[in-house]
Design a protein around this ligand. Structure first.
Ligand code: URP
Ligand code: ZN
Ligand code: ZN
Length: 460
């Protein structure tokens, strides 16, 4: 199978030019003006943008959490991602405390194999660190291509590890060329605020927000960067939401430390006023919670200052009946919101069209930097000869609306209902195959491949 994409405006993290792309099998074979190859399929991309398929390095598919499971599995989640221009996701395997990393890996392989439509990889969440875990970490890096290890500084009793375990994990991961990632909020502070609010009968979703003030994230982000500095381990903070946490990373740069940072599309576009909607606010109950307008300003600046390298989604959808598990007690609302399908288009409208970021920065934060940080570049995250032909052909002028009636995620509401967007991911290729065209998905479950990863290649 060969595909010739004609006359598109090709955007990468570093370039912007009009050319043709010739694809043979899974790879990009040639790039140039007026290419004369005969192809099985020719796509006219005149007037369109052509950029690398999105990589969302923070999703939770079919994940057991807070007494239920996130409602998108590998089939529905990766299909929805493809509709929105995201050709690859990185999901989180959760170690069960008291059990091994390899058993957790087997469980996630069963969830994904034969089901994924888009490409995927795994981060391994280490929730219980001991001598055996240390050996397993080395095996995962050397034998399985799993090079990033997620930690939680919150969710005590289920996922959280203490600082001693964190430092031990960092030492092993550093020695073997991996990366430690973190949900950086102070679990003990949050738990005591949750207990206080419940004791006072303050039970609405607003108190989820008030139980996780900015300081809980700023403190943990600072502590994590200190532990990274001490162990010299590369690290990555997931879903950063606020100015205080960003400043903790900024302070680390004063001692010439580089810590990778991800924020998510919701923290750049939504704010905490949504928690004033009584129980409807449960749609946006996530951890950390949405913040203030001043935090959005800080995050957009952080992107342009190079302090934040990646925008993911933390896609963790729950249907309304699942959210209702917390009616009458905010602490029982499953945390997370649906977003996997909208990141690329939201970031185009809210970032590029509103003049906050350049097109090159857009490609960097939605694809290229994730590929580099998580050890997949240049196979993924770029448009270059020899790279996987994961391509978005994007109509920059097409207007459309987000709605539960038209989205493809397995969830019965939209957290962005009625939002007007300009710019649409129109045709999507995954490893040379047309995945999405005219609003239809042409790939079957099982097409998605596990992508084994190597060491980070973004300079630290
Ligand atoms: O609310 C969230 N973020 N749910 C998913 C789990 C996590 O903390 O990332
Ligand atoms: Zn988290
Ligand atoms: Zn998450």
């Amino acid at each position: 199978m060969s595909v010739l994409i004609k006359n598109g405006r090709i955007i990468t993290a570093a370039s912007d030019y009009i050319a043709d792309l010739y694809i043979v099998g899974e790879k990009i074979e040639a790039i140039g003006k007026d290419l004369q190859y005969k192809a099985d399929k020719v796509i006219d991309a005149s007037g369109k943008l052509v950029f690398p398929g999105g990589i969302d390095p923070h999703v939770h598919l079919d994940m057991p959490f807070m007494g239920t499971y996130s409602s998108d599995d590998y089939e529905t989640g990766t299909r929805a991602a493809l509709h929105g221009g995201t050709t690859m996701v990185i999901d989180f395997i959760l170690q069960t405390q008291g059990d091994t990393l390899h058993n957790a890996l087997k469980t996630w392989q069963q969830k994904s194999k034969g089901k994924a439509i888009g490409d995927y990889s795994y981060h391994m969440a280490v929730t219980d660190f001991n001598d055996n875990t240390a050996k397993e970490v080395v095996q995962l890096i050397d034998e399985e291509g799993i090079t990033s290890f997620k930690t939680f500084m919150a969710y005590k009793g289920a996922l959280m590890i203490d600082d001693g375990q964190m430092v031990q994990l960092m030492k092993v991961v550093k020695k073997h060329g991996g990366l430690v990632t973190v949900h950086a909020t102070n679990g003990d502070m949050i738990d005591s605020l949750v207990a206080k609010h419940r004791a006072e009968g303050k039970l609405s979703p607003l108190y989820h927000y008030l139980s996780q003030p900015e300081v809980t994230e700023a403190e943990a982000s600072g502590r994590f960067t200190d532990m990274l500095n001490y162990t010299e381990c590369p690290g990555y903070i997931v879903h950063m939401t606020c100015e205080g946490a960003l400043n903790a990373v900024r302070r680390a740069t004063f001692r010439n430390q580089k810590v990778f940072v991800e924020t998510c599309s919701q923290y750049l576009t939504l704010d905490a006023s949504l928690y004033e909607k009584d129980f409807e606010g449960a749609k946006w109950v996530m951890s950390p919670p949405l913040r203030e307008k001043k935090d959005q300003t800080a995050l957009w600046s952080g992107i342009n200052q190079g302090l934040i390298q990646v925008v993911g989604t933390d896609h963790c959808p729950f249907k309304w009946d699942q959210k209702k598990m917390g009616q009458g007690d905010f602490s029982k609302i499953p945390n997370g919101h649906p977003a996997i399908e909208h990141r690329m288009e939201l970031m185009y409208t809210e970032g590029v069209r509103s003049g906050k970021i350049s097109l090159n920065k857009y490609v960097e934060i939605t694809s290229t930097n994730a590929a580099k940080i998580f050890g997949m570049y240049p196979r993924k995250g770029g448009i270059a000869i020899g790279s996987d032909a994961d391509i978005v052909i994007f109509d920059p002028n097409k207007k459309h609306q987000i709605s539960v009636k038209t989205h493809h995620m397995n969830v019965d509401y939209s957290a962005y209902e009625g939002w007007e967007l300009t710019g649409k991911c129109e045709t999507i290729l995954l490893r040379g195959k047309v995945a999405i065209e005219n609003g239809d998905c042409h790939l079957e479950p099982g097409f998605g491949q596990f992508i084994a990863r190597g060491k980070t290649s973004l300079t630290i």
